[in-house]
Design a protein around this ligand. Structure first.
Ligand SMILES: CC(C)(COP(=O)(O)OP(=O)(O)OC[C@H]1O[C@@H](n2cnc3c(N)ncnc32)[C@H](O)[C@@H]1OP(=O)(O)O)[C@@H](O)C(=O)NCCC(=O)NCCS
Length: 336
């Protein structure tokens, strides 16, 4: 017998407002055909003006805690992954904690962008194995819509992103057999040499005293900048490699995996990863068509959607991989 962790609750929340590719066509020179062909995206959710990232997280968290059969008082740590926080500081996890009216516990915000959820899962697993925590709420939540360049100049990035939140509860468990529900392994990587291939430059302390000025606004440095082609190439290679590492290090045959929950950046990236590893397409569960890229939220939203669709059930072997800004990339293997 060993002590490990397992996912005991899952929840997600997306804002009600749907923006189809045809709605985006009204804002900038693009087309449903271009977006679908290049990315698979058909629609995304965007928040109304007065909604914050922690508001989305509240809804997803409540569902995950309830789904775990727990109450907010059972949670002894929050890990919050986002690149679109409510404010510069404190971390959005503290705002979530206050909104949920939770007692004093440890709260940790992490900044690993599209790999944020898997980094968070690894941190949760390690805290639980260290014996200091029992039930950790791990949340990925993003509001991209408020920070996109919605003019024709921003079309290469703006069409890709949506708003949403997903949450899981990671709980202490006894592992007696490999088929028991538990997190099997996780591998985390980053290579900051590519930090400026996908980034949000301003406002920032790397600039002058004012952090942002008129010239920088005119240059549109307050919007994400991306070298799409390079991101695509690295994403396919890194996701396939890190997933291969998860399987090989655990002695798992790829055919024994029941479902693959990949980060949702681009349907074509996921199809390419499946092709490299010879994974049958029907085993990869994608949600990008409906929600676009919600960064740290894509994997927990995918889990929740897969459960609702009857494609993710207790006892299944799940493999996950993600890639994003940093560059960062990660994988995890778990028994649901
Ligand atoms: C963004 C992405 C779909 C662009 O596809 P691409 O084939 O690389 O396209 P390019 O950027 O080379 O642009 C091709 C043409 O489409 C145009 N274009 C770009 N965005 C467009 C849009 N939204 N609508 C219509 N045309 C567009 C470009 O201007 C270019 O036109 P040109 O040939 O006349 O210069 C693709 O690079 C990608 O998905 N990369 C990964 C991005 C990602 O996943 N980011 C998040 C990582 S977590």
């Amino acid at each position: 017998m060993s002590i490990g962790s397992r996912i005991t609750g899952v929840g997600s929340y997306v804002p009600p407002k749907v923006l189809t590719n045809f709605d985006i066509e009204e804002m900038m020179e693009t087309s449903d055909e271009w977006i679908q062909q290049r990315t698979g995206i058909k629609q995304r959710r965007w928040v109304e003006e007065n909604v914050s990232t922690s508001d989305l997280a509240v809804e997803a968290s409540k569902k995950a805690i309830e789904n775990a059969g727990l109450t907010k008082d059972d949670i002894d740590m929050i890990i919050f992954a986002t690149l679109s926080p409510d404010h510069d500081f404190p971390g959005t996890g503290c705002f979530l904690q206050a909104k949920l009216e939770m007692p004093a516990i440890s709260v940790l915000d992490i900044r690993q962008q599209c790999s944020g959820f898997l980094y968070g899962l690894s941190i949760a697993d390690n805290f639980i194995k260290a014996g200091t925590h029992k039930n950790i709420l791990l949340v990925g939540a993003e509001i991209h819509s408020k920070g996109l360049d919605k003019t024709p100049e921003g079309r290469n990035v703006a069409v890709l992103f949506g708003d949403g939140a997903g949450a899981v509860v990671v709980s202490r468990t006894e592992v007696n057999s490999p088929t028991d529900s538990h997190i099997i392994n996780h591998f985390l990587y980053a290579d900051g040499a590519h930090a400026k291939e996908l980034w949000l430059p301003a406002p920032g302390n790397a600039f002058g005293a004012e952090r942002i000025n008129k010239a920088m606004l005119d240059e549109k440095l307050q919007y994400p900048q991306m070298n799409g082609r390079n991101v695509f190439i690295h994403a396919t290679k890194c996701m396939a490699k890190v997933l291969g590492e998860a399987l090989q290090r655990s002695g798992t045959d790829i055919n024994d995996v029941d479902i693959f929950l990949f980060h949702q950046a681009n349907l074509r990236i996921n199809q390419k990863v499946a092709e490299i590893l010879q994974i049958p397409e029907e085993k990869v569960f994608n949600t990008i068509q409906d929600f676009a890229n919600t960064t740290a939220a894509t994997i927990p939203i995918g889990m929740d959607e897969a459960i609702k669709a009857g494609k993710l059930k207790p006892g299944m072997l799940v493999a996950s991989a993600a890639f994003g800004s940093g560059f960062t990339w990660a994988s995890a293997l778990w028994r649901q």
